[in-house]
Design a protein. Structure first.
Length: 195
């Protein structure tokens, strides 16, 4: 029995250096793996794809085909700002863009105001600008209440200060154009009509 214990002890003692070597090898492989694969799971292309359409248009207009490194969604004084960083930081400085597509200076003052959004819904044609799904739910509800069967010719988004209104023009003359505030209030030249 003593001989068996002595042999077993010798075998186990011989395995200990091999286990240490195997552990060290696994740690080296893990370090090597992390050196090669360390980027976040969200790519710049995926980040760009979820930006509001107005922000995407501004980035394309200003940066063209410049390669995006990262996009940071940030708030400053309660206002949302998108910071877009490029791979060639020495050549292409970061862009600062408001959610409505307004190009901002680095101090977040307005550099170039956003273009007015116009949506044209055409049968068989391309749809540009914002879509009905981009409108606030209250605005869509008012459109559906006032003209449930009408075909929309175009929608204008107008912004004055912090007030946003939508002008909805229909293809037929049976439905008059609607002017709707962002909260869903239907407006006329005399002021609010009713919700």
């Amino acid at each position: 029995m003593a001989v068996c214990c002595l042999l077993l002890g010798g075998v186990l003692a011989g395995c200990a250096p091999h286990r240490e070597e195997a552990s060290r090898y696994q740690a080296e492989r893990l370090t090597e793996y992390h050196e090669h694969y360390h980027n976040p799971l969200l790519s710049p292309g995926a980040q760009f794809a979820v930006l509001p359409p107005a922000v995407q248009r501004t980035v394309r207009a200003e940066a063209g085909a410049a390669s995006i490194d990262s996009i940071v969604k940030d708030t400053n004084g309660g206002e949302l700002v998108y910071r877009i960083y490029f791979h060639s930081r020495g050549v292409d400085p970061p862009l600062y863009v408001a959610p409505d597509g307004t190009l901002l200076n680095p101090d977040l003052s307005v550099a170039i105001g956003a273009a007015q959004d116009t949506v044209g819904v055409l049968t068989g044609g391309p749809v540009t600008g914002i879509t009905l799904s981009d409108l606030p739910p209250q605005v869509v509800k008012r459109i559906q209440e006032r003209a449930p069967d009408a075909e929309i010719s175009y929608i204008n988004k107008e912004k004055q200060g912090d007030k946003v209104t939508y002008e909805v023009v229909f293809k037929d003359r049976m439905h008059p154009a609607l002017r709707i505030a962002a909260d869903g209030t239907v407006l006329s030249s005399d002021g609010p009509v009713r919700k």
